[in-house]
Design a protein. Sequence first.
Length: 298
Amino acid sequence: MVAAFGLGAGEEALEIAIRYSQQRIQGGGPLSDKQGYTHKLLVPNYVRMEGARSYIEYTSQRLDSGEHGLQTEGAIAKYGASEWGNKAADDAIQALGGYGYTKDFPVEKIKRDIKICCIYEGTSEVLEMTIYRGRWQEHLKSRGRYYLDMADRLDQVHAEEPKAGAHAAALSLRALAAVLEECRVQKLTRHQHVTFKLGKLICAAETAAIFSTAAAAKKYSETVRFDREGWQAMARVFAREAALNTALEGLALVQGAAETPGNLADAVNIEAVQAEQKGMIADMDLVAAKLKQTFKAK
Ligand SMILES: Cc1cc2nc3c(=O)[nH]c(=O)nc-3n(C[C@H](O)[C@H](O)[C@H](O)COP(=O)(O)OP(=O)(O)OC[C@H]3O[C@@H](n4cnc5c(N)ncnc54)[C@H](O)[C@@H]3O)c2cc1C
């Protein structure tokens, strides 16, 4: 329930900002036409909220079908929607400039309200620990295959539908497997900071996998408000960001904690992750256009 609150509040704040940006003229044109604005404050946030939506629906469907033991999935759903929603609401205030800070527009209230999602029913930090613990057990039990197997399934998705970001999601999962393995070999999970940060990386990588899989499906959930072209561009943007963050933050985490840093740059496939960033700006342009089209100025 808290996950749905985070999702709804985050998207509402962004939708207010998207409509506002089409009416506010600065520097000779509407803010909605300026990449420095849209690609920082609107597009990445909306894309993350759609990732959260995909993950919430995926988990809800499994729960509705009677599955038990989905504590880690529940934690990922709540953590992602709360953290990304909170960030989205904060950026929505920024997107409205001075008006965002006042009570004339509801974004400041949304920001105050959404913050509780990061605190009650499991603080974000406690959830990072929960997510890490759940998936660390899977990594050990499977002898490091847990995320490699998931990446193989994403390769299949990519073979059937190459436009949904599944290749980038697979890169993210393989980088995650490499980071987890290096943490095991070097016993780095004795540092609480490492374990919590792993929880964060796991949330983004798994959400990328679920979002790309949903965006590759022939039929979309009725909650998706975008056409195939737009939603797949969102999944690609999300998956690229996840791959980059998993590889770079994972690398930095290990380098920061290890006494003898290994050759993790190769293991996380940093070159492939960087090459995968090709087309990012064009996709963000496309998402910005779809957002404008879907949430027109009133
Ligand atoms: C509006 C509101 C409604 C609420 N409703 C309910 C309710 O209906 N039922 C209910 O039972 N509770 C409710 N709560 C309480 C809420 O669940 C707690 O505030 C929340 O769990 C955090 O606990 P705490 O306030 O004791 O903070 P603390 O546990 O002291 O946490 C403070 C900070 O330390 C971090 N932290 C805590 N433990 C660790 C650790 N081991 N390692 C690293 N960092 C850690 C936390 O993540 C947080 O950032 C509500 C709170 C609010 C504000």
